[in-house]
Design a protein around this ligand. Structure first.
Ligand code: FE2
Length: 429
């Protein structure tokens, strides 16, 4: 025998889609789709992205390869069960599709994943949603080929096996996660992000920062209970392969995040670095997982009252995902510091190599994050998006429902810990 204690986990898994990366890559989608032998493709996007013309250009490119292409632009930014069901109904009503192309941010890519799942397999949305909200049903077969083309540098949804949505009646964000949801190919073209406004670049960039840092500070994979092969999950904790991607993502963010926010319209190199950082972080957290900041983001976004961010669809209260994940990050990393001090310090050093060394080591990463958020105009804590201390008791249950994420933190928080993190995040500076 090996001498290993087989009650402890010894195995990690890592997966990612093939990539086509670089300026002009979006113009090669027809060629790529034709390789799968498909004849009829639905392009899934939102009306804002559609108005800028990229979906129409991609449809033309598909037609050049004799692939019939239609555009569905009804994606809701921050999708809901209602918006996803409508998108699925639309796709089902239009006959059989044999491939999908998602063009947009995480919302479009996630909606396309749901359409692909529910037009390839039997069942309805709620059947597949994570427990305890849904039944966490496993897809009964292969999904259709799907190419994901992100137009923001953030979610990393093009490389993950997860789709996130709001359940309107329960005012909670949840998701579906299964490896079959992962896109068949990610086509990443930095030219598609040149016109993103600074507020969107800042918010989606903070999503990348949180993916990389949460994944890097996640529980090490061997500290989980040993699983049987059929119990293996997409997110297995930090591991040697996801670490590599997260470290490199943080270096790219250090080099180009501020430039992409302030000079994004003209700086192709900064946009390219941000796209690469988003992809790399996606290859990290898409396998290891995220923890407290993302868990808190669910109620912060789901219970929004009247906060309307600049640069997003007007007249619609919402907290963009990248803002909602970053608002409690400094305090969450103060909380998790003692469980993995060297990883928190290494993340701070990668994100801001020039930062001065503080006497209190637990403040190093929070201070790097706060300096960055101030430089790029992220709202000041959950108070900046309309919450006060009196809202904390209402926010806590929404975080506690995200047990899968909370269990990924190396120091599992109690309800009181989460209340304390939210309270101390009302103002970050
Ligand atoms: Fe995220």
């Amino acid at each position: 025998m090996t001498g290993l204690d087989l009650r402890e986990e010894t195995i990690f898994t890592w997966g990612a889609p093939p990539l086509k990366f670089g300026a002009g890559a979006a113009d090669e989608v027809g060629f790529e789709m034709s390789a799968y032998g498909v004849r009829r493709v639905l392009i899934v996007t939102d009306s804002g992205v559609n108005a800028l013309g990229a979906p129409a250009r991609i449809a033309d490119n598909l037609r050049r390869y004799k692939i019939e292409a239609e555009i569905f632009d009804g994606v809701h930014v921050e999708p809901t069960d209602d918006s996803m069901n409508k998108a699925v109904e639309y796709a089902r009503a239009q006959g059989d599709w044999d491939g999908f192309v998602a063009v947009g941010g995480g919302s479009a890519i996630d909606t396309a994943k749901a359409i692909n799942l529910l037009t390839s397999c039997s069942g309805e949305l709620m059947d597949y949603i994570n427990k305890p909200i849904g039944n966490a049903r496993v897809p009964d077969g292969a999904l259709k080929p799907m190419i994901a083309i992100p137009t923001t540098a953030g979610t990393g949804s093009e490389s993950t096996a997860m789709c996130v949505l709001d359940i309107l009646s329960m005012k909670v964000k949840t998701g579906i996660s299964h490896w079959r949801l992962r896109p068949t190919l990610a086509v990443i073209d930095p030219l598609l992000t040149m016109t993103l406004p600074p507020t969107v670049t800042a918010a989606s960039g903070m999503d990348i920062v949180c993916h990389a840092v949460e994944s890097y500070t996640a529980r090490w994979y061997t500290t989980f209970d040993r699983k049987q092969p059929e119990q293996r999950v997409t997110y297995c904790g930090s591991n040697p392969v996801s670490d590599l991607w997260c470290e490199r993502a943080m270096e790219l963010l250090a080099r180009s995040f501020r430039t992409a926010v302030h000079k994004g319209a003209e700086d192709v190199e900064a946009r390219s670095d941000m796209m690469m950082a988003a992809t790399f972080a996606g290859m990290g957290f898409g396998n290891s997982g995220v923890h407290i900041p993302h868990a808190n983001a669910y109620p912060i976004a789901g219970m929004v009252r009247d906060y309307v961010p600049a640069g997003y669809p007007p007249d619609e209260p919402m907290v963009p995902h990248g803002q909602s994940v970053s608002l409690t990050a400094p305090q969450a990393f103060r909380f998790s510091f003692e469980s993995a001090p060297e990883r928190h310090l290494r993340a701070a050093a990668l994100l801001d190599p020039g930062a001065e060394t503080l006497n209190d080591a637990s403040e190093q990463l929070p201070s790097v994050l706060i300096k960055l958020m101030r430089d790029i105009d992220i709202p000041n804590g959950i108070g900046g998006v309309g919450y006060s201390e009196s809202d904390v008791p209402d926010l806590v249950p929404g975080t506690m429902k995200q047990q899968r994420l909370l269990a990924t933190c190396p120091k599992t928080p109690t309800e009181e810990d989460i209340a304390d993190i939210l309270t101390k995040s009302v103002q970050n500076w």
